[in-house]
Design a protein around this ligand. Structure first.
Ligand code: RAM
Length: 331
C-alpha cells in the first residue's frame, strides 16, 4: 500500500513538472565556439536569469568559430523545437537561411554580442554589449595614448568573417582617416588569429618579426589580446610594443600587474545574457511584440528599450581597465 501511494505521488510530481517544463520558455544560446572563456560570462547571465524567472536554458557550440560551423547546431535546435535561439553569429550572412527557417516555425531568433549588420531583418532582435559604433574609435584613442600618437601598429583580429570584429575594424579605420590626432599613426596590417590561442600566438610572433618598428598591437578579441600580451611578455618587448584591445579582467590581470599591458577595454559580458533572457521570454510569450520603442524590465539592468534596428544595449560604452581599477573586477 505504502509503495503504491509513493508511486502515485511520484507520478503526480512527474506530471506537475512535465506541465511546468511545457510552460517554461526554452532558450538555447549558441556562442561562437567552445573553449573561449569570454562566452562563459554570457552563459552565466542567461543561466542566472533563467533560474530567477523560470526559463529552461541550454547552451551548445561548435569547436571552432568558422563561418558555417554553427549551422548543424542551429538545425539541431530547430529540430528540438526550442522557443528562442540566441546566437553569437560567426558570419553576417551564412546563417540567415536557417534563421528564416527557425522564424517560420515561430522560434524567436536573437543575435547576441555580434550583429548581422546589413541583414538586420533576418533576426528578431540584437542584444549588443555596448553601442558598437564607438568601439573602434575608443580602441584607437586608447592605442594613441599608449604610443604617444606616433608610429606603426597592427590589428590582431579573430576570424575574417566575424561581424563584430569587422565592425570594430571599420570603426578603427574610419577614425584613423577622419581624425587628425592620429595622422602620425600607421596601421600596417590586419592579421587573424581565429580566436584560437595557438594561431593568435603564431600571428603575433610573425607580426613582431615582420615589423621590427612596430609600436603597438590592438586585438579586439579576448583570445587575441591575451595571446599577444603573452608573446610580448615572453620576448621581453613590453617597453617597445604596446598591447591593447578587448580583454577580460581575469585573463589580463597578470599582464596588468606585471606591467606588460598598461590598459585594455571591455564591457560586462554577462549583461547580454541577462538582457537576452528577459527579452527572449517576453517575445516568446507575447508580452512584447519586438517593435522599436517598446521597453521591458530586465531585473538589475533596469528598464531596457528596443532601439533603432531592434537593438538592445544594456550599457552605452566601454570600460577601460588598468592597474588602478582592475582589482575591482572579477570576470
Ligand atoms: C572574443 C570574441 C568576441 C568579442 C570579445 C571581446 O572572445 O571574439 O566576439 O566580442 O572577444
Amino acid at each position: 500500500m505504502k509503495n503504491m501511494f509513493t508511486g502515485l505521488a511520484v507520478a503526480g510530481l512527474l506530471a506537475a513538472s512535465a506541465a511546468q517544463a511545457q510552460d517554461a520558455v526554452e532558450i538555447v544560446y549558441i556562442p561562437k565556439n567552445t573553449g573561449n572563456a569570454y562566452f562563459d560570462g554570457i552563459v552565466q547571465g542567461f543561466a542566472e536569469t533563467c533560474d530567477k524567472i523560470g526559463c529552461d536554458f541550454t547552451t551548445v557550440a561548435p569547436a571552432d568559430a568558422g563561418a558555417t560551423s554553427q549551422i548543424p547546431f542551429l538545425n539541431a535546435q530547430i529540430q528540438r523545437g526550442v522557443d528562442v535561439i540566441a546566437i553569437t553569429p560567426n558570419s553576417p550572412d551564412a546563417l540567415n537561411r536557417i534563421f528564416a527557417r527557425a522564424r517560420d516555425r515561430g522560434i524567436e531568433v536573437l543575435v547576441v554580442n555580434s550583429d548581422i549588420t546589413g541583414f538586420e531583418d533576418q533576426r528578431d532582435a540584437a542584444i549588443m554589449p555596448v553601442d558598437f559604433s564607438n568601439v573602434g574609435r575608443d580602441q584607437i584613442a586608447l592605442m594613441g595614448r599608449l604610443i604617444d600618437y606616433k608610429g606603426q601598429f597592427a590589428i590582431l583580429s579573430a576570424t575574417t568573417d566575424a561581424p563584430d570584429q569587422n565592425r570594430f575594424i571599420a570603426g578603427m579605420q574610419e577614425t584613423l582617416e577622419s581624425d587628425d590626432r592620429y595622422s602620425e599613426m600607421e596601421l600596417v596590417t590586419i592579421v587573424y588569429g581565429d580566436d584560437d590561442p595557438q594561431k593568435s600566438t603564431t600571428e603575433t610572433e610573425v607580426l613582431l618579426s615582420n615589423y621590427p618598428d612596430l609600436k603597438g598591437i590592438i586585438a579586439p578579441t579576448t583570445v587575441g589580446v591575451a595571446a599577444a600580451a603573452q608573446v610580448v611578455e615572453g620576448q621581453g618587448k613590453a617597453d617597445e610594443v604596446a598591447v591593447t584591445g578587448l580583454g577580460t579582467p581575469n585573463q589580463m590581470r597578470r599582464f596588468i600587474e606585471n606591467g606588460t599591458v598598461e590598459a585594455f577595454q571591455l564591457w560586462a559580458p554577462d549583461e547580454q545574457g541577462r538582457a537576452a533572457a528577459y527579452l527572449g521570454v517576453a517575445l516568446s510569450n507575447g508580452t512584447l511584440k519586438g517593435e522599436v520603442g517598446e521597453t521591458f524590465e530586465a531585473g538589475d539592468l533596469g528598464t531596457l528599450e528596443i532601439r533603432e534596428n531592434r537593438i538592445v544595449l544594456p550599457r552605452e560604452g566601454l570600460t577601460t581597465f588598468d592597474a588602478d581599477n582592475i582589482a575591482n573586477y572579477d570576470f
